[in-house]
Design a protein around this ligand. Structure first.
Ligand SMILES: Cc1ncc(C[n+]2csc(CCOP(=O)(O)OP(=O)(O)O)c2C)c(N)n1
Ligand SMILES: [Mg+2]
Length: 1018
């Protein structure tokens, strides 16, 4: 059967040009394969076939303008007859049927769970129930009746039924007019009750010994470094509080990467690095010499202050020390892992992402800013562990409140599974014994400032100030001496409680989990630093303090050895080392460890970029659009296509990328549960579980975290991906500078695209949008290469080289490329071989004017301002008989980097013949001074000023941006062709090459007001 293939609904566009015809008569084509590419002045989009079949006729050609309904081609349909009834059946299924089936299935699950509960829940001893004290309860008998009813339901029908009834009650009360907010908090006790705790299979004695040695060696390492030089040092208090949290994970839960398993990913809290090194020392992965090189990294073999993959590339996986970055990066890591799994690029092995953070760290907006996404995306592969030692650097995190309760409310509200690990096992008998509910009441009442003080003092203080508030509580502990009271431990220091919490977190499905573990900052440091406000920076321990520390943890060192601050490592065949190694062996190897077994991606052939290197003739387009066209072409390269990860924070339409929605889909872990409002259109909003685009919504921090996750996938998942994150250039480095720095540290590979870039190209948007400095910000990141291309062939050359270096050669660099939204025509790539080299090195001769051979000037232009230079050169020649060389500078940053390196080499080798910098190679044999300008602040072009002996004058867009037309903006910032002409004449006059009157006349002619203040003051 012959079928017509028509132009579908393409939105508001009419008469759109066909720029590519991708099929010919006789081609066998599958449904959804592309027929043609259409291009409006804003975006390009491919039109897919609606059927499988063989092309019978092609009814259009390149250059034709088409609208909705236009016949593109006809095809002989190959749709099999068997398929049809099935499709009809699918379509006929009433939309609600599926929902009804799902609900019925859910009911079955609930019923099944309830049944299971019936068998699990034991009959509780009735006298174990908590009695409510009268305080605040106007009718305790009624309360008891309600509670008893609930207990009966729990016992008979299980927790789901109980929860259902509670939900009904709440909803009912709202319907009846109650608008009181019901608490998102549970009481200040452990989430997992003692009888529900899964017991650790570990040897607690040995584990305690090992932990003590790790504690000791970590502290010794810091103190020794500080003793060597007080500039060195580190932190003891953070790890001291977190040791158990790490040890339980290391001994029982965290599986390493090996040839059978991808490995869990652990984001260690930055300041706990000493403890991680100390464990690696016992494991034999770090030598004593290396421990002594803590924070002395200049010579090889030293250890980084904090987790820095750049400095320890075989050890650390995630840079976390800048507070807040670790948590959000781990969320997007967990999301990206699911993305890879859903796209069938990665096996689902049940790997987990664990992120450790400080309670103070949760103040950072980045820490909690994406927890909603984690719940929404059902990231049950993610486990946060918040080490709630109640302190940050200066003092308590919430002296007047309770950080654990606050975080519980926030995380529960966001939809997380919250596990509180507040009290250690020593409290269990007390909680059981207390039949009044008074102990929990007191626990709820005390604020963190008090809890901190309790642990800075002693047992007598706790008796008096905690239990002493209520005589009945004093009675409760009357049999305990002060030492016993002091022993009442916190959950985060109790390996049993921590094990139970981790175990429960591992079983949880459907939501991310946060473990809120209460600990003591500087645990074990005694008077020198336990739970006191100065704990964080404590890096010195005197002899007495060290002896105390040794005794507290029973470290088998003599007094003399303690005085010498010796490390302690038991022999290889000792039970401790054997146990430690065995645990890791069982869990598949060592952690942390960074490696990559990713295969390189073949660089796409030149053909993919061919059209970018041809002239666009009269057709005008922006470099943003060129980029989108190039990405569309890349999606046809079988090696590159599946690896591209376009990341867009709600700006796809701004950049003309909406064509990607249909073509590769937007990633959505639940697919698309609704029919999009624009479903009839070609660029309809298509969400898909296998979608390739990461549409992040409005979060630059989130988008950047996705970009980092994808750009380090070569190491964390052993598969190279090519993330391309497009943003308004102003909302790039300025907004997410610290992430970009961490990305460099993390050896991220990928493209950052500062779209609609420049201070004068994004004409109407004004001060907050007009970017004049992103290239300066990007220039400070050592492994970031930034480019500001003007023409399509420049962009194509840079992009292909980026793919070659990052994906094929696997270099640890990333690219920042600015693209504009100004439409203009693009010339053909010059044939001269040196052009490609020049584009990549940062400059090449674009045009040489040599007509008059008298006076010459060198015009260096970058990005959109190159076009003003080209026009200015023409005016200088035509109206002033001045010759010029016009240089396209694709990267002042790259030029400077090369020049710095060359200059340094020359200075360090004074006896050798100096090597010329690339800038000199370009300019030294030319005539005349240099005028350089870009759409960025003068500092951009000033970067190369020291590397030429010529007179050098830079122009740029210093000052606050504002909204107006491009023409007016360029005039305002003095980078339009008229200013370039006038300034060039002035420069030539200053250099005594022409009389000053020409400059003066030009200033007048172009209405330039010499009295106008510099734009930085306006
Ligand atoms: C972005 C950022 N700001 C400031 C710091 C300095 N700093 C390091 S640790 C710290 C306090 C951390 O407290 P918390 O998160 O509670 O960690 P703890 O050491 O108590 O486990 C601060 C302010 C930092 N590392 N990163
Ligand atoms: Mg803290």
């Amino acid at each position: 059967m012959t079928k017509d293939l028509l132009v579908p609904d393409i939105g508001d566009f009419e008469k759109v040009e066909i720029v590519e015809v991708l099929v010919k008569v006789g081609d066998k084509i599958k449904k959804n394969e592309s027929l043609v590419t259409l291009e409006s002045d804003k975006s390009s989009v491919e039109v897919p076939s609606t059927e499988d079949g063989i092309i019978e006729s092609v009814n259009i050609k390149v250059g034709d303008k088409v609208s909705k309904g236009h016949l593109l081609a006809t095809l002989e349909s190959l749709r099999s007859t068997e398929e049809r009834p099935k499709k009809i059946l699918e379509e006929k299924l009433p939309p609600d049927t599926e929902k009804i089936i799902e609900e019925a299935e859910n009911t079955l699950v609930l019923k099944k769970e309830a049944d299971e509960q019936k068998t699990i829940i034991k009959k509780e001893d009735s006298d174990q129930k908590i009695e409510i004290v009268k305080n605040g309860d106007i009718d305790p008998i009624e309360t008891t009746e309600w509670l008893e009813s609930l207990s009966a339901v729990l016992e008979k029908d299980g927790k789901h039924r109980a929860q259902f009834l509670i939900k009904q009650l709440i909803e009912h009360s709202y319907r009846e007019g109650s608008d009181l907010v019901l608490s998102r908090n549970t009481p200040y006790i452990n989430t997992i009750s003692p009888e529900k705790e899964v017991k650790s299979p570990g040897d607690q004695n040995l584990e305690r010994k090992i932990r003590s040695l790790i504690r000791w060696n970590a502290a010794a390492m810091v103190v020794r470094a500080n003793k060597k030089n007080s500039e060195l040092g580190g932190h003891i208090g953070t790890f001291a509080s977190a040791a158990t949290l790490y040890d339980v994970g290391m001994n029982h839960f965290w599986r390493a990467k090996n040839n059978k398993f991808g490995g869990d990913l652990i984001y260690f809290q930055g300041h706990s690095a000493p403890g991680i090194y100390a464990r690696a020392f016992l494991e034999g992965r770090i030598t004593l010499k290396q421990l002594d090189g803590f924070r002395q990294e200049v010579n090889p073999g030293g250890l980084s202050s904090y987790p820095h993959p750049w400095l320890m590339p075989k050890f650390w996986q995630f840079p976390t020390v800048s507070m807040g970055l670790g948590p959000i990066m781990s969320i997007y890591q967990a999301r990206f892992t699911k993305y890879l799994i859903n796209r069938e690029l990665l096996k689902d092995e049940g790997r987990k992402i664990w992120c450790f953070l400080g309670d103070g760290e949760t103040d950072e907006p980045e820490s909690l800013g994406a927890i909603g996404l984690a719940a929404r995306e059902k990231l049950d592969n993610l486990i946060f562990v918040v080490n709630c030692n109640l302190q940050r650097l200066d003092g308590p995190v919430r002296g007047n409140g309770k950080i654990i309760q606050e975080l519980e409310g926030i995380f529960r509200g966001a939809g997380w599974n919250v596990i509180k690990v507040i009290w250690g096992s020593y409290w269990d008998p007390l909680l059981t014994k207390d039949k009044t509910g008074l102990l929990i009441k007191r626990m709820n009442e005390a604020v963190d400032g008090e809890y901190q003080a309790f642990k800075a003092k002693d047992g007598a203080f706790v008796r008096e100030n905690f239990f002493g508030k209520y005589p009945r509580l004093l009675d409760l502990v009357s049999q305990m001496d002060d030492k016993d009271i002091w022993k009442l431990n916190r959950g985060g220091h109790d390996p049993h409680k921590v094990y139970a919490a981790y175990h429960s977190a591992m079983q949880n499905t459907g939501t991310p989990t946060v473990i809120l573990a209460k600990t003591i900052k500087g645990y074990g440091m005694g008077k020198s630093g336990e739970s006191i406000n100065t704990t964080h920076q404590q890096k010195k321990l005197d002899e007495e303090q060290l002896l105390y520390y040794r005794d507290r943890f029973d470290v088998p060192l003599t007094d003399e050895q303690v005085k010498n601050i010796e490390y302690y490592k038991p022999p290889e065949n000792s039970p401790e080392i054997k146990y430690l190694k065995q645990c890791r062996l069982k869990l598949g190897g060592n952690l942390p460890e960074r490696s990559s077994f990713a295969k390189p991606i073949k660089t796409p052939t030149e053909d993919i970029f061919k059209t970018m290197k041809e002239s666009t003739g009269k057709k005008e387009m922006s470099t943003t659009m060129v980029l989108v066209r190039m990405l569309t072409n890349l999606l046809r390269d079988k090696n590159v296509a599946p690896r591209l990860v376009p990341i867009i924070p709600d700006e796809a339409r701004t950049f003309g990328m909406e064509g990607f929605f249909q073509k590769i889909g937007i990633y959505a872990h639940e697919g698309q549960k609704y029919e999009p409002v624009d479903s009839e259109q070609l660029s309809s909003y298509r969400e898909d579980v296998k979608g390739q685009v990461l549409e992040e919504g409005l979060t630059e921090a989130g988008a950047m975290s996705s970009w980092i996750a994808a750009g380090t996938s070569y190491s964390n998942h052993d598969i190279s991906m090519i993330p391309i994150y497009l943003f308004y250039s102003m909302f790039g480095f300025q907004r997410i500078g610290d992430f970009a720095w961490a990305a460099g540290d993390n050896q991220t590979r990928g493209f950052l695209i500062g779209a609609t870039a420049g201070r004068t190209t994004l004409a109407g948007e004004g001060l907050q949008h007009g970017d004049g400095h992103s290239h300066i910000l990007s220039s400070v990141i050592p492994n970031c290469k930034s480019y500001d291309p003007t023409f399509a062939y420049e962009l194509a050359t840079i992009f292909r080289e980026g793919l070659r270096r990052m994906c094929n050669k696997q270099e640890n660099i990333f690219y920042y490329i600015t693209t504009m939204n100004e439409n203009y025509s693009h010339p053909e790539m010059p044939k001269d071989k040196s052009v490609e080299e020049g584009i990549l090195k940062g400059m090449y001769l674009f045009k040489d004017h040599n007509k008059y051979k008298k006076t010459k000037i060198q015009l260096l232009g970058s990005g959109t301002i190159l076009r003003e230079m080209i026009a200015a050169a023409q005016i200088l020649q035509n109206e002033y008989k001045i010759d010029s060389s016009v240089w396209s500078v694709t990267s002042f940053n790259e030029l400077r980097k090369e020049a710095l390196e060359t200059e340094r080499y020359n200075l360090l080798n004074p006896d050798k013949k100096p090597i010329k910098t690339y800038i000199e190679k370009c300019l030294s044999s030319t005539e005349g001074p240099v005028v350089a300008a870009s759409d960025y602040i003068r500092l951009n072009s000033d970067q190369i000023r020291p590397f030429t002996t010529k007179g050098f004058y830079s122009f740029g867009t210093d000052g606050y941006g504002r909204s107006d037309t491009r023409k007016n903006l360029r005039k305002f910032f003095e980078v339009d062709k008229e200013h370039i002409v006038a300034y060039s004449l002035s420069v030539l006059a200053k250099e005594q090459l022409i009389p000053s009157k020409y400059a003066k006349e030009a200033i007048k002619k172009y209405n330039i007001n010499p009295e106008k203040p510099i734009p930085t003051k306006l």
